[in-house]
Write a protein that binds this ligand. Structure first.
Ligand SMILES: [Zn+2]
Length: 250
């Protein structure tokens, strides 16, 4: 390993051990180590199948059918994904009190599976491990929806109000959840260390959070495979594999 890299990793260790109001901002790169592909990456699912946007979901039964068909196909492809050492390191740092808040762009539920829950976790893009009714908000379990969908090919309707049921994720064209964004902004402004883990920071407004944190005085650490637009303002940039980088902290 290069001496420079070693020095950076030591600096990361010092920050992780000393932080008291850390924020971990996580993206697809954190979960690739669990076998979940980055749909935005070249050749990824979203470059082959344009995502179904929210307006289409609302206006077209065929779009709803296609959205559910893809949803279950993706679930089959990622079935059994479990948290990796990077998720476990984040959970350990939360447990030890260094990380106050985990803000994630991921919808895979792997932070919960590693033990980060409730107030400590903000899911900016929702959660793909269950579904909700768009009218009344009732929660629906995927395992209950799937047999009916496969038998009839009809998109699911709410058992309570008959409304459209959709994976509990934020689709393209769907407003960001205001409460989650507000909490994430508060956490960013209060952070002493803001850790970007596996996000290319291209999806706004979420990608504005590291800038808020930095402006409010946080040390900004960016650990991502690819360069990001915010690398020039970061205090520490690491291009290392996240699992290898964070395993010592798990
Ligand atoms: Zn409903």
């Amino acid at each position: 390993m290069e001496r420079d890299d070693q020095r950076k990793i030591e600096r990361l260790g010092t920050l992780l051990r000393s932080m008291r109001r850390g924020v971990a901002f996580t993206g697809a790169g954190l979960s690739t180590g669990s076998g979940i592909p980055d749909f935005r990456s070249p050749g990824g699912l979203w470059t082959r199948h344009r995502p179904i946007d929210f307006d289409s979901f609302l206006s077209s039964a065929e779009s709803r059918r296609e959205a559910w068909r893809r949803k279950f196909a993706i679930d089959d492809a990622t079935n059994g994904a479990a948290p990796n050492a990077a998720h476990r390191a984040v959970a350990r740092l939360v447990e030890q009190g260094g990380i106050a808040t985990v803000v994630t762009q991921n919808i895979d539920g792997l932070h919960q599976a590693s033990g980060v829950t409730g107030e400590k976790l903000i899911e900016l893009h929702g959660n793909g491990t269950y579904a909700t009714c768009l009218d009344c908000g009732a929660r629906h379990e995927l395992a209950e929806i799937r047999p009916g969908f496969e038998a009839t090919g009809e998109p699911p309707a709410c058992r309570i109000c008959g409304g459209f049921v959709k994976s509990a994720t934020i689709s393209f064209g769907q407003p960001m959840p205001a409460e989650a964004m507000r909490r994430a902004q508060d956490a960013a402004r209060e952070a002493d260390v803001f850790l970007v883990l596996g996000s290319s920071l291209v999806v706004y407004p979420a990608a504005a959070l590291p800038v808020s944190a930095k402006q409010a005085g946080a040390a900004l650490v960016i650990a991502n495979r690819e360069p990001t637009d915010l690398d020039p303002i970061a205090d520490l940039v690491l291009r290392t594999d996240l699992v290898a980088l964070l395993a010592p902290f798990a």
